[in-house]
Design a binder for this molecule. Structure first.
Ligand SMILES: Nc1ncnc2c1ncn2[C@@H]1O[C@H](COP(=O)(O)OP(=O)(O)OP(=O)(O)O)[C@@H](O)[C@H]1O
Ligand SMILES: [Mg+2]
Length: 205
């Protein structure tokens, strides 16, 4: 279970996330919805422990710090890749950062996300939607029990979105819990057990 207690994030005098507490149960899928600037990415970043809260804390299965972080895969809204490396090399590099190079997992994700056609292309030569798929795949190269995805469908065409939906459904069937932020989560909503709505850094009904 991910347990967030009293999370606050301020940027100067502006409070982007204002005292949010929440839980994500093991195996559960939750949609985090809200308009632009409502605080989705800020909250998700704190849950993923890549953004330090000004107040409050996050525990994962009762753990904090590095041990907690290791249970989470985080897909950031901003694409973070090695631009001069190919798609396959990006996937291999991310897996070797996390232990041994896992070529079987890379091949599986390249297949599921239909990236075969451009697996040998450098990332800086890809289209926006292709880059978004690679950004998702690198996060899925590690081991994790919780998957935090920040707008995984942004710029993805309909068929790509269906591939992502199928992949996430399989992850969920394996017992992985997830939080997905979206503006318009029509394709992913059937996967979700619960919806949280955020506005002005607060949850709203
Ligand atoms: N690094 C930053 N410095 C200053 N203000 C920030 C920073 N990051 C976010 N904000 C502000 O915090 C608020 C919440 O931003 P956040 O990125 O969490 O929103 P969001 O719900 O993810 O929006 P979007 O749908 O556009 O991705 C916004 O008003 C934004 O301007
Ligand atoms: Mg965002």
């Amino acid at each position: 279970m991910i347990e967030a207690n009293g999370l606050v994030k301020r940027y100067g005098k502006f409070t982007a996330v204002d005292n949010i507490s929440m839980t994500l149960n093991s195996g559960e899928a939750v949609a985090l919805l809200g308009k632009n600037g409502s605080g989705k990415s800020t909250l998700l970043g704190m849950l993923a422990m890549v953004l330090k809260p000004d107040a409050g804390d996050v525990k994962v299965d009762g753990l904090t710090g590095k041990k907690a972080r290791e249970k989470i895969a985080y897909v950031p809204q901003n694409i973070v890749l090695f631009e001069e490396l190919t798609v396959a090399e990006n996937l291999y590099s991310w897996s070797s950062l996390k232990g041994k190079e896992n070529t079987a997992r890379a091949d599986y994700l390249i297949g599921e996300l239909e990236m075969e056609e451009f697996r040998k292309k450098r990332v800086d030569k890809l289209s926006g939607g292709q880059r978004r798929r690679v950004n998702l795949a690198v996060a899925l190269m590690g081991k994790y029990d919780y998957l935090l995805l920040d707008e995984p469908l942004a710029g993805i065409d309909e068929h790509g979105a269906e591939c992502i939906e199928k992949l996430l459904r399989k992850e969920k069937e394996k017992g992985c819990a997830m939080i997905v932020t979206e503006h318009n989560p029509t394709i992913l909503l059937p996967l979700m057990e619960r919806t949280l709505r955020i506005d002005g850094g607060h949850f709203i009904p």
